[in-house]
Design a protein around this ligand. Structure first.
Ligand SMILES: [Zn+2]
Length: 373
């Protein structure tokens, strides 16, 4: 067995961790650019915790709060221009996957000139601004990965910048910012974390280390299932306890650490079209597709599927798929023509190279059909 393992991000986990470590901010420079979305970081208290800590540390800052969900290429160039204009020494990204993915591209583009055509090339100089990340959802794990996933209209999909350069320098993980997160967002993002963990185990790049993290993360997710299902019934964010929020955040961190090693598989490849063309939330898209793919793996590599199911505490893929169906609720209607188009895109995506059990385009079509039947 040959493998490598790289996860250079320092993670500080726990309640009020930003206030407790405010002195760290001044180690990155005199001026920060805070990259975030329009609202949530203000509403959940994370932005105030960051700006209080910056004041405490004597670090100046400005705010770029124009990151939309599924950030675009023009958005990250605009953010990089703001960073240069303001003379930012480092980037602080606060939010869910979108501000964090944008924050990495901004940190890269603020430190070197890269033409839009070369943005996904991987050929970069060894220069990037330091990055401090504050996740406010538990799902993407972007705070511990080297991927920045951007909406790429030229490719009519989402495309990733993947480079060890853009691993965040420091991640502050505090589940208190998720306590008011709507139940549906909590479930969607948790489904993304689960998908990272499961896909990591199903990847040809999996190793003993990544599998160990993934199995633990899958267990943390399943421990939260009863609360998630209950909260869906009541619709109250308070239905997910602070303890469960911490478990989900750790599952998300582990999921990020796993896909940093293994990449994602056909599930993400298929999900990108649902997000790009149908605006279905990224995590939800994966949650809708994961059960059918695990069933496919069970048919083609039963031992591999068994290991994943064992980590989740399920004897077979069918009850696992039923659990996901319950969690996802009513499914969107997706037409036959759309599916055929999406299957073609997914079959040609680079994530396919990571699949141990690799479906053909025809089989991908069937996976879509089974997921939306
Ligand atoms: Zn994902």
């Amino acid at each position: 067995m040959n493998y490598e393992y790289l996860m250079p991000t320092k993670v500080i986990f726990g309640r009020n961790c930003i206030a407790q470590h405010s002195a760290l901010f001044k180690t990155f420079g005199k001026k920060a650019l805070i990259v975030t979305g329009a609202r949530s970081a203000r509403e959940n208290g994370s932005q105030k915790d960051v700006t209080d800590a910056l004041k405490e540390a004597g670090v100046d800052y400005s705010v770029f709060d124009k990151v939309m969900s599924n950030p675009t290429i023009p958005c990250v160039y605009e953010g990089a221009a703001a960073a240069k204009e303001q003379g930012a020494d480092f980037i602080i990204a606060i939010g869910g996957g979108s501000p964090m993915d944008a924050g990495k591209a901004i940190a890269l583009l603020a430190a070197q000139d890269i033409a839009p055509e070369a943005l996904f090339s991987g050929n970069y100089e060894n220069k990037v601004l330091p990055m401090v990340f504050v996740p406010t959802t538990a799902g993407t794990g972007s705070e511990v990965t080297q991927y920045s996933i951007l909406t790429n209209d030229a490719a009519q999909s989402k495309t990733s910048i993947a480079s060890p350069l853009i691993f965040p320098t420091l991640a502050f993980a505090d589940a208190k910012y998720m306590e008011c997160l709507p139940v549906q967002t909590t479930v969607n993002t948790a489904a993304d974390a689960l998908s990272h963990l499961v896909e990591g185990m199903l990847s040809s790049r999996a190793s003993l280390l990544s599998d160990t993290l993934a199995a633990k993360g899958i267990g943390l997710f399943t421990a939260c299932l009863p609360e998630l299902l209950n909260a869906l019934k009541t619709g109250s964010p308070a239905g997910v306890s602070p303890e469960a929020r911490e478990r989900l955040l750790q599952a998300s961190l582990l999921g990020g650490m796993v896909i940093a090693q293994t990449g994602t598989t056909v599930v993400h490849a298929m999900g990108y079209s649902l997000t790009y063309f149908r605006d279905i939330d990224h995590g939800r898209a994966n949650g809708l597709l994961l059960g059918a793919y695990l069933e496919f793996v069970e048919q083609h590599d039963p031992e591999l599927a068994r290991r994943v199911l064992h980590a989740a505490g399920y004897p077979q893929s069918r009850p696992f798929r039923e659990m996901l169906a319950l969690l996802m609720g009513e499914r969107e209607a997706v037409g036959a023509e759309e599916i055929a188009r999406y299957a073609k895109i997914a079959a040609g995506s680079k994530n396919m190279g990571n699949c141990v059990a690799k479906p053909t385009e025809e089989e991908i079509l069937q996976l879509y059909q089974r997921s939306f039947a």
